[in-house]
Design a protein around this ligand. Structure first.
Ligand code: UT7
Length: 357
């Protein structure tokens, strides 16, 4: 018994932006981007919103599961580019879907969001089942059997289009799955979550509050993240407040390669399976070089890794669920397969999850 994935979907904006298009706005080239990242194109939302992308992905996942919005008890949305702080992105998607029975909230674990979201949603379902099965474990809580787990990002809103080191990397899109309690299937077998202090603030997006002057005293200040955390950059200065993705690529690369290997090893050990038993790996799509490195280090052939980055770029909290959808669609995941999802990113977060399809 456990939580099983019974539906999956994704949604992409219409506009395709190629590397050559990027070379028209910053000093870059198709050759550099492909060689360093594996990215060829990314989608950018002109008409679409985080809400519309998340809702479309969720609708596709529901259709794939053969379920109606009313069947859903819980919606968890992972995002760093929500359309609003309040209501939550999940609440906006719930409204659009008409999921009248669901409770909804957001979760921010940056690019590892999909792993954290799947873990949190399945834990809530498992706890709900445990509280009702008469075993006396846990307090009485909402009855939950089915959850929509949605990753939705419009990173183009928080991208600095003058910074070639970051703007060529990111894209927009959404992915979703339906998790359902199953009395007979094992579903999710194990998870591993970790937070490593980002002491040098190597991956950040400052909050973007437009504060009007407070009419008493000296007014309200808006500190940069560097001031809040009392951390300075390499020149000994606080970074200015900047509501865009800012990344020290090499430092994050170093963290990512170590984190993906650690999470992959740990989760398989917890699941009681060997790495060679994993039929398909769904990694966070940040860089094809990171995926190749991890494949070699973990000894899981590159051919078993779902690589979707070429056409979407890095879509942060959406990436693993979008790639998971691609893997199902291409027939790479068959019933009974052991599948590993693994992610890393801002926070610094990392984690992995193994399920039996
Ligand atoms: O999703 C969250 C987690 N994110 C990640 O895991 C990303 C991890 N980091 C990376 O994937 C890589 O570090 C990047 C793809 C971001 C960068 O690749 P890199 O091989 O680490 O390049 P670099 O930052 O060391 O830059 C190498 C050179 C520099 O020029 P110099 O100093 O050697 O003359 C950069 O200025 O490439 C230059 N450069 C570019 N050149 C052309 C940086 N960005 C670009 C660009 N086009 N877009």
């Amino acid at each position: 018994m456990g939580c099983k994935i019974v539906g999956h979907g994704k949604a992409l904006p219409e506009l395709i932006v190629s590397n050559d298009d990027m070379a028209k706005i910053v000093d870059t080239s198709d050759e550099w981007i492909v060689e360093r990242t594996g990215i060829h194109n990314r989608r950018i939302a002109l008409e679409e919103t985080t809400t519309s992308l998340g809702t479309d992905a969720a609708r596709n996942a529901l259709a794939d599961a053969g379920l109606a919005a009313d069947d859903i008890d819980l919606i968890v949305c992972m995002t760093i580019s929500a359309d609003a702080v309040v209501p939550s992105q999940a609440a906006l998607i719930k409204m659009q879907l008409g999921a009248s029975n669901a409770v909804a909230f957001d979760l921010n674990a940056a690019c590892t969001g999909c792993i954290y979201g799947m873990d949190v949603a399945s834990t809530m379902i498992e706890a709900s089942v445990a509280s009702e099965d008469g075993s006396g474990i846990g307090h009485r809580r909402n009855a939950m059997r089915r959850a929509l787990v949605v990753g939705a990002e419009r990173l183009s809103r928080i991208t600095d289009w003058t910074d070639r080191a970051t703007c060529v990397l990111f894209g927009d899109g959404a992915g979703a799955i339906v998790l359902e309690w199953d009395d007979n299937a094992p579903g999710i077998l194990a998870s591993f979550l970790k937070n490593t202090d980002d002491e040098a603030l190597c991956l950040t997006v400052d909050a973007n509050h437009d504060l009007r002057p407070f009419p008493f005293g000296d007014g309200v200040r808006m500190e940069s993240l560097g001031e809040v955390m009392d951390i300075r950059n390499d020149d000994g200065e606080f970074w200015p407040q900047l509501p865009y993705i800012r990344m020290h690529g090499q430092r994050v690369f170093k963290f990512a390669t170590a984190a993906i290997v650690e999470a992959g090893r740990e989760v398989c050990e917890r699941a009681g399976i060997k790495l060679e038993d994993v039929a398909c790996v769904i990694p966070h799509q940040a860089n094809d070089r990171i995926i190749r490195f991890a494949a070699k280090k973990l000894g899981v052939p590159y051919e078993r890794w779902q690589v979707s980055i070429g056409e979407t770029g890095n879509t942060s909290a959406s990436s693993v669920l979008m790639a998971l959808h691609d893997a199902y669609e291409s027939g790479r995941i068959r019933p009974g397969d052991f599948v590993m999802c693994v992610g890393f990113g801002g926070g610094l977060t990392s984690g992995a999850l193994v399920f039996e399809a």
